[in-house]
Design a protein around this ligand. Structure first.
Ligand code: IVH
Length: 684
C-alpha cells in the first residue's frame, strides 16, 4: 500500500472513531482544533489523489458529520402525503373534483401523469448551486431527520447535479427503496451474521437509512427514485412530465413507467398495466399515483390539510389469505374504546407474517358471526391493520360475547349517542376516563410519542414502569421527575445508570419549550388530531388566548365557538369534543398543571402579509373565474376567514351575478362589496 493510501485509511479511521465518540457517546476524544486538523489533512490528500478517495471516507458526507441522534431539518415546504383511491369510480370522482374545483367544463382538456407508487420511504434532498447540501427524512411532514451523511452514500443521489438549468436552490424529493434481489441478499447476510431478517424491503430501507454510522448505510443496497420537489428558488418546468425529464437530465433516477394521460379511462388502463407488470418490476410498489400535469393548475388546486388536491394514489387491491381464529382479545385504547382483536394462526400474506387482525367493534363481530376456532378469510392492504373479511368455515363453539365491563379496570362500558341523529355509536367505551389504567397509560404513551412531545428514552415500556410505580400519573408528572429524583433515584433502577438517567432528564427538559399545536395534540382529545391541532393553533396563535377562550366553547353562539367553526377543515365533532374536554374541571386542572411546566411557542398565522389577512370574507352569487371552493381555499391560504353569512364582522362581500339577500344585508350593514375582479385585484 502506498504511504498516501495508508495515511488516508488511518485518517478516515481516526475521524470516524472521533465522530462516534463525539456523537454517539457524548464523549469527545479530540479537541475541535485537532479534529479539524485531521479533516483538513484528509481533504488535502484526497484532493491531490482523487483515485484514493474511499467510498466510506468521512469527507464524502458533504461536510456534515454523522449525527448520533440525527439533527432536525425543518421542511420549508411541508412534505405531505396522498389521498387514496381504491376503485375506478374513485378515480373518476377525483378527476371530476379537479374539474369542478377549477371550474373546467367536462370537455376541456386536462392531462394527468400516472406512475408507480414506490413502497419505500420518502426523502428530501436540498441542492444549492447544484451541490447537495442536506438530506432529510419526511419525519412528521413538517420536520424531518437530518440524514445527509447517509443519503449522500447512495449512488443514485447525485452529490453534484449534472446538465444545465437547475435553480440555485432546488429540493428534490423522492423515494428511498431496496430491490427484491438486493433485499434477499441482504437478509441472507443478516442470517449469516446471526441477526434477524428484515420483514420487508421497506423496513430494510428505513433501517438502513437511519443508521448512526453512514458507512453501514453505504454498505446497504439503497436506491432513490426522484418524483417531486419542495423548495425551489425559481420555477423550472411547466408540467410534471417536463419537471421529471429535467430531473433525469440533472442525474436523478426517475421511474420509467411514468406516462401522461387525458382522462380517467386511460389512467385506469395504465393502472391495470402497471398492476400486471408489478411482480416483474423488481421492487415493491403499492399503487399508482396520478398527478395533474400542468403545474399552473397544481398551484391553483393547492392542498387540503395533509394532501394535495392535484394528486391521488390509486392503491392496489388488498392481498388475502385463510387462517384460524385462536382467540379474541379486547384492547382498550387511549380514548377508552374497546377494540376486539382476533389472534390468528400466523400466516404469510403478501410477504408479511400476520398473526393479528382487527375485528373493529361488537357490531362487526355480529355481522361477520365470528367465534373462536372459525376458519376465516383475512386481508392486508399496505400499512393498514389486517382485517377479517368473512367466516369460511364455522367452528362448533358458542357465539362470542362482547364484554359489558372494561377488561382492564372493570368499569361499565357504554356507547356514545350522536346528538344529531340520536343513533348509538358502534364503539363501546370504558366509562372510567383517565382513572382506567389502560387509558391513562395509553394517553401518556401518546403524549411522549414522536409526533407529540417526542421525548427520547421515554417510550411505552418506560411510561408503563413509571405509571406502575405511581410516579407518572399525568403529563405534568413527567416534567417534575428530575426535581423528585432524590426520592426516585432513577440511576439505581435496572436499565438506568447515572448517564442514562441524566440523559432522560435532559431529554425531558429539552421539550419544555414546545409549539402550541403539539401541546394541544398531546392532550389526546378525540377528533383533535395533528391537523386540527395545527388549525386551532393557527387560529388562536397563542396558548393563552386559546386557554382564555375554552370556557366560552360551552356556548355554541360565542365568538370563540363560531370562530373555530369557521376554520376550513374543522368539524362539529372536533369542536364538540374540545368543548366536552374543557367542560371537565379535572381535565382543566391536568392541562394547567402541565402548561405551568412549559414554555409554549406561538403558532405562525398562515400568511399575514396579504391584504386580506385576518379579514372576514363572504362570497355570494355566481363566481365566473373560479369555483366557490377555489375562491374560498385561496382566501384562506392568504389568511382570510371565509364565512357563510353576512354580519357586522364581515369585511368584504364578494358578489357575483345573481347575488340576492346577502348583498342587500351587506349594503344595509355598510359592508364593503366587491366584484370578483375587484377581489382578484385586492389579493393579487
Ligand atoms: S408524489 C405531495 N409520487 O407516497 C405529495 N409520492 O402516500 C407528493 N410515494 O409521502 C408525493 N411513490 O412518500 C409521489 N410516485 C410517487 C410516489 C410517492 C411513493 C410516497 C410518498 C408519499 C406517500 C403518500
Amino acid at each position: 500500500m502506498s504511504d498516501e493510501k495508508k495515511r488516508i485509511a488511518w485518517l478516515s479511521q481516526e475521524i470516524r472513531s472521533a465522530d462516534a465518540l463525539y456523537y454517539q457517546d457524548d464523549n469527545p476524544a479530540l479537541s475541535d482544533a485537532d479534529y479539524d486538523a485531521l479533516r483538513k489533512e484528509l481533504l488535502a490528500l484526497e484532493a491531490a489523489h482523487p483515485h484514493l478517495i474511499r467510498k466510506d471516507s468521512p469527507t464524502q458526507s458533504v461536510g456534515v458529520k454523522p449525527s448520533g441522534k440525527f439533527g432536525k431539518i425543518k421542511h420549508t415546504v411541508p412534505m405531505l402525503s396522498l389521498d387514496n383511491a381504491f376503485s375506478d369510480e374513485d378515480v373518476s370522482d377525483f378527476v371530476a373534483r379537479v374539474q369542478r374545483f377549477l371550474s373546467l367544463p367536462a370537455t376541456a382538456p386536462l392531462a394527468f401523469t400516472a406512475e408507480p407508487k414506490i413502497d419505500g420511504l420518502s426523502a428530501a434532498l436540498r441542492y444549492e448551486n447544484g451541490k447537495l447540501v442536506s438530506g432529510a427524512t419526511r419525519g412528521d411532514g413538517q420536520v424531518g431527520e437530518d440524514v445527509t451523511a447517509n443519503l449522500s452514500t447512495l449512488d443514485t443521489v447525485p452529490k453534484q447535479l449534472s446538465g444545465l438549468g437547475w435553480p440555485e436552490v432546488l429540493e428534490i424529493r423522492g423515494e428511498v427503496y431496496i430491490n427484491h434481489a438486493d433485499f434477499d441478499t441482504m437478509n441472507a447476510a443478516q442470517l449469516k451474521a446471526g441477526k434477524s431478517e428484515y420483514k420487508n424491503p421497506r423496513n430494510a430501507a428505513a433501517g438502513s437509512l437511519r443508521q448512526i454510522d453512514p458507512s453501514v448505510t453505504a454498505s446497504r443496497p439503497l436506491k432513490f427514485f426522484a418524483y417531486t420537489w419542495g423548495e425551489v428558488s425559481a420555477p423550472f418546468a411547466k408540467t410534471q412530465m417536463e419537471a421529471v425529464a429535467k430531473m433525469a437530465e440533472w442525474g436523478f433516477s426517475v421511474n420509467p413507467q411514468m406516462r401522461r394521460h387525458d382522462g380517467p379511462e386511460e389512467m385506469v388502463a395504465h393502472y391495470t398495466e402497471i398492476l400486471t407488470a408489478r411482480a416483474g418490476l423488481g421492487y415493491d410498489i403499492d399503487g399508482v399515483v396520478y398527478k395533474v400535469d400542468a403545474l399552473a393548475l397544481q398551484a391553483r388546486l393547492g392542498f387540503v390539510s395533509r394532501a394535495p388536491r392535484w394528486a391521488i394514489a390509486h392503491k392496489f387491491p388488498a392481498e388475502k389469505a385463510i387462517t384460524t381464529i385462536e382467540a379474541i382479545d379486547i384492547q382498550v385504547g387511549r380514548t377508552g374504546s374497546l377494540t376486539p382483536v382476533a389472534r390468528l394462526t400466523p400466516i404469510t400474506v403478501g410477504g408479511v407474517v400476520v398473526s393479528n387482525a382487527t375485528l373493529h367493534n361488537a357490531d362487526e363481530i355480529a355481522r361477520l358471526g365470528v367465534k373462536l376456532g372459525d376458519s376465516v378469510e383475512i386481508q392486508r392492504a399496505g400499512d393498514v391493520i389486517p382485517q377479517v373479511l368473512r367466516v369460511v368455515e364455522a367452528s362448533a363453539g358458542a357465539p362470542f360475547k362482547f364484554p359489558s365491563t372494561c377488561p382492564v379496570c372493570d368499569a361499565p362500558v357504554s356507547a356514545e349517542v350522536d346528538e344529531k341523529t340520536g343513533k348509538q355509536d358502534v364503539v363501546r367505551r370504558c366509562t372510567n376516563g383517565l382513572s382506567c389504567p389502560a387509558q391513562a397509560v395509553q394517553s401518556l404513551v401518546h403524549f411522549v410519542s414522536r409526533q407529540v412531545f417526542d421525548i427520547d428514552g421515554l417510550g411505552e415500556r418506560q411510561v408503563e414502569a413509571f405509571f406502575e410505580k405511581g410516579l407518572i400519573k399525568e403529563p405534568a408528572d413527567i416534567f417534575t421527575l428530575r426535581a423528585r429524583n432524590d426520592e426516585i433515584k432513577l440511576e439505581t433502577w435496572e436499565g438506568f445508570g447515572e448517564t442514562s438517567a441524566a440523559k432522560l432528564f435532559d431529554a425531558i427538559d429539552a421539550r419544555r419549550d414546545i409549539p402550541f399545536d403539539r401541546v394541544l395534540y398531546g392532550l389526546g382529545i378525540r377528533h383533535v388530531g395533528r391537523t386540527n391541532s395545527r388549525l386551532i393553533a393557527q387560529h388562536f396563535i397563542s396558548w393563552n388566548k386559546f386557554r382564555a377562550a375554552v370556557s366560552d366553547l360551552q356556548n355554541p353562539v360565542s365568538d370563540a365557538y363560531m370562530g373555530l367553526l369557521g376554520i376550513d377543515g374543522m368539524g362539529q365533532a372536533a369542536l364538540g369534543a374540545l368543548a366536552g374536554f374543557f367542560a371537565s374541571d379535572s381535565n382543566v386542572e391536568i392541562v394547567d398543571k402541565l402548561t405551568a411546566q412549559l414554555t409554549i411557542q406561538d403558532a405562525e398565522a398562515p400568511t399575514s402579509d396579504s391584504a386580506v389577512a385576518g379579514k372576514t370574507v363572504v362570497f355570494t352569487g355566481k363566481l365566473e373565474r373560479f369555483s366557490r371552493d377555489e375562491a374560498k381555499a385561496r382566501a384562506q391560504s392568504l389568511g382570510a376567514k371565509v364565512s357563510g353569512s353576512v354580519s357586522k364582522k364581515t369585511d368584504y362581500l364578494v358578489a357575483g351575478p345573481g347575488a340576492g339577500s346577502k348583498l342587500k344585508k351587506a349594503e344595509a350593514a355598510g359592508v364593503k362589496v366587491l366584484t370578483e375582479d375587484e377581489w382578484l385585484a385586492l389579493i393579487a
